[in-house]
Every structure is written in C-alpha cells, then in structure tokens.
Design a protein around this ligand. Structure first.
Ligand code: ADP
Length: 471
C-alpha cells in the first residue's frame, strides 16, 4: 500500500488533480463574485436612475400635481412589489414627509452625505440611495429610494448552488481522470522497466518496444536500445577477443608441452636437450610478447591513462626506434631512411608511444622483401599537429583487407600464405590504434601492391617543444 502511494502514477494524478482543483476553484469563486458584483451594480444603476427621475419630476411639478405624483410613485412601488422597491421623501431634519407602499417599518439610517451625492449603501436586507437636494422642492429636501436584497440573494443562492455542484464534480473527476491519464503515460515506462529487468549480459537481444509517438518516452526507449546495441557489440568484441587470445596462447603452450614431452620420452644427448630447451625459450618469448601485447591493450583501454600523461620528446622516441631497427634492416638488406624534424613533443606516455613507433617500423621491415626501402618521416605541418609517416615499398595490403588491418588478431592472407610465413600475432596494429586514440590522435593506412604501404599517424603537438622532460 505504501508503495502504491509512492508510484509515479499516483503522484502524477495528485499533482494533476491539485492543479485542476485549484484552477477550477479560483475560476468558480471568481465567477460567483463577478456575478454578485454585476447584479448589485445593475440594482444600483436602477436605483440611481429612479432617484434622478424623481428629482427631475419633482422640480417640474406644481403644488397641485404633487399628490398625483405620489400616487404614481405608489403604483410603481406596487408594480415592483416583489423587488421590495420603495421611495421616501424627507425634510432636512430627516423627518419623513411621505413614503410609498412597501417602505420597511424599520428606521433606516440616514448617512451624512454631501449635497447631490448618490452613493448606494446597504442596510440590513436593503440597498439604498439617498439624494440631498440643494434647495427644498415642495418641502422635500432629501429623497431615498430603496430596494430589497432578498431577490438578489435568491439569484445568488442559485449561483452558489451551481458553484458547489461544479466544485463537487471537479473534486471527484479531477483525481479520477488524472489517475486514468497518468496510467496511460506510465504504462510505457512500466514496459521499459519490465524489458530492462529481463535483460542479462548473456541475453541482450531483446529491445524496448517503440510506440511511434516520437515523444520523450519513445526517445528514451530509442536511447536505451542504442545503448543496448553498443553494449551487445562491445560484449561480442570482448568475447571474440578472449577467444582469439586463448587460441593464440594455446599454440605456443602446446608447442612447449610437446617439446617437454619429446624430451621426457627417451634418453637424449646433451645437444638434443639443448636444442629442445632453445625451442622452449623461443616459444616462451613468443608467449611473453603476446601477453605483453594483451597487457598493453588493456592498459590503453583504461580511461585513467590520461592522468599519467607527460611531455614526451617524440623525435627522440622515433630516432631511438630507427637506431634499434637499423641492424635488422641491414641484415635483411633493406634501406632504412629517416627524416626527423626536431624538437617535437607530444603529450602522452613515452612507453606506449615507443610501442606505436616500433610496431609500425617493425611491420614495414617485416612485410618488405630483401632489397626494399623503408622511409620514416616526422614533421609538424601545423603548430599543434605532428605527422609520422612510415612508408615501405613491400608486399602491400589487398584492398579488401585494408578495412580490417586494425582489427585485433587480424592477419592478411598475404602474410600467412607466403612461402616463408611472416611471424606475427595480429595485435600490433590494433595496439597502434588504441595508443593513438588514447593520445587523441588518428592513424590511417594507404597501400597498393605496386608502391607498398604507408601508415600515417597524426598526434596533437605538445605546447612546450623546448622542454626536455621525457616520461
Ligand atoms: P602482425 O603481428 O601480424 O604484424 P599487425 O596487427 O601488426 O599484426 O598487422 C596486421 C596485418 O596487417 C598483418 O598481418 C599484415 O597482413 C598487415 N600489415 C601490417 N603492416 C603491413 C605493411 N607495412 N605491409 C603490408 N602488410 C602489412
């Protein structure tokens, strides 16, 4: 029960009923007061007109005609009996000279008025207007016209009854209709809650229903559906990644195990044992490389990476990578050329940026046949941007493989099916992309079988290129 009162439906209904009841009450009371004022004003106007007419007629009357006129006033009083209309003619000291029929017996008060004033006033159940004349006419120095308020009160009582009835209707209907309307609104929220409650990380294929009304609730459902799509894709990527990682780890582990089994199978010479141990070391380093790469990927994915940023002398990083690979390139008879603009700094993590440059140069050398050429160019085309190009004239990447080279564990057919398979994990470029995007940069690739491959990295340039505080 307590929960019922806390529901959005009930709260919406209460707010709605409150607003409707308040508006209706203000309108009804305003209407009632307006009608009361209009009726009273109408009555006042009639009384003022009457007193005006009597004054004018008295002025024009001869003494002989006075009695006839009072007869006429009596007739009028009889005609308007049901309104309680009456006239009094008074002397200066308020002595009654004449009164019409239907004049109340009670002594009516005589307010101190300015001469000629006709301000209406109320006494008990009567509305009265008095006029003090400037000079007496046939001894009459003041005229009072009045009317009973009973008639008006009856009209007002009818209006009051109507107002009460209308208020009663509003009091019942407003909460009821509010409750029904709120029910329609919150029904879709209920659908969203139910569907969301059914969702599980392992079962994310259900989506919230759209009603096609394009209102805020539809927008909410669309946003939640979009979020679910992204979560589902993300989880699928994670699953693929885990499966691929396990697969890649299994190969060197199986190789180590079989080497050990072979060693244990029978007695071997010292040379044979040494050969097997060297195989195990090779497989162990392959495993180490893979595990390091996996670690690097999870590190670059972590958002806290930004807080570890420092100023990295990027030209130094590139130069060191060139120095490191020059020997390998020579062995493979590949020309390794570098054009490095300096000083160029990048806000970031030195270790990760070094991995980025190493991966690109390593690939360029790996996928370029003997006698080829690799050119590394570091420039700053804009004040706040640096470009690193790693160009080779190697085997190139097929157009259909280009969109996938940055995918984790992707290895192009070309690199696998060559007579001598090129060793790799398929993680190098995805690490490059993760590092570049963590550094708020971009990486692109252009390639053709004729001219080879060129990777271009764009990174934001550090503000202080003169400082030498490497991270
Ligand atoms: P790998 O460990 O296989 O080198 P990468 O992620 O570094 O993994 O590269 C993914 C694939 O992209 C490689 O297997 C190769 O097919 C292709 N590739 C990368 N760099 C080059 C390049 N410079 N020339 C030709 N192919 C390349």
């Amino acid at each position: 029960m307590k929960r019922f009162w806390k529901t959005l439906r009930v709260r919406l209904a209460i707010w709605n009923a409150g607003a409707v009841i308040l508006t209706a009450m203000v309108t009804l009371i305003g209407l009632q007061q307006g009608v009361r004022w209009a009726l009273l004003h109408e009555m006042d106007q009639l009384l003022i007109e009457d007193i005006e007419e009597i004054t004018l007629t008295l002025k024009e009357l001869s003494a002989a005609e006075f009695d006839n006129y009072t007869e006429e006033l009596n007739r009028k009083a009889i005609v308007h009996r049901h309104h309680g209309w009456f006239v009094e003619l008074l002397s200066r000291d308020q002595t009654l000279l004449w009164k019409s029929v239907a004049t109340p017996e009670t002594a009516l008060p005589f307010p101190a008025l300015k001469v000629d004033s006709r301000k209406p006033y109320t006494f008990e159940n009567y509305r009265l207007v008095v006029r003090q004349l400037k000079s007496p006419i046939h001894n009459v120095e003041a005229i009072r016209v009045g009317s009973s308020l009973t008639f008006l009160s009856e009209d007002l009582a009818i209006i009051d009854r109507f107002v009460l009835m209308a208020a009663g209707f509003v009091l019942v209907l407003a909460p009821l209709s509010g409750f029904l309307l709120a029910g329609r609104t919150v029904r879709s929220i209920g659908d969203i809650i139910q569907t969301a409650a059914r969702l599980r990380p392992s079962h994310l294929d259900e989506r919230l229903p759209l009603r096609g009304t394009e209102d805020e609730l539809d927008q909410l459902a669309k946003t939640v559906n979009g979020l679910l799509d992204r979560i589902a894709t993300y989880l699928q990527q994670k699953r693929d990644f885990l499966a691929n990682a396990a697969h890649e780890l299994r190969t060197p582990l199986a190789a180590i195990r079989s080497s050990v089994e072979v060693a244990l199978n029978s007695n071997r010479s010292v040379e044979e044992y040494q050969e097997l141990l060297i195989d195990i070391i090779d497989e162990g380093s392959a495993l180490e490389t893979l595990v390091n790469q996996l670690l690097l990927i999870s590190e670059t994915e972590a958002e806290k990476i930004n807080s570890d940023f420092g100023t990295v002398m990027f030209h130094e990083v590139v130069q060191k990578a060139i120095d490191m690979f020059v020997g390998v390139a020579e062995t493979r008879e590949i020309t390794l050329e570098a054009r490095i603009e300096k000083p160029l700094t990048v806000p970031g993590i030195r270790g990760h940026l070094r991995q980025l440059v190493n991966n690109l140069i390593d690939n360029a050398i790996k996928y370029t046949p003997t006698g080829g050429k690799v050119t590394v160019t570091l420039t700053a085309p804009h004040a706040n941007l640096i470009h690193l190009d790693v160009q080779d004239n190697g085997i190139g990447i097929a157009p259909e493989d280009l969109p996938h080279v940055f995918d984790r564990f992707f290895r192009a057919e070309r690199s696998r099916t060559r007579q001598q398979e090129i060793v790799g994990t398929g993680l190098g470029l995805s690490i490059c992309q993760a590092v570049v995007s963590a550094h708020k940069g971009s990486i692109t690739c252009h390639s053709s079988s004729e001219s080879g491959t060129c990777f271009t990295v764009r990174l934001p340039r550090g503000e202080n290129d003169i400082s030498h505080s490497g991270v």
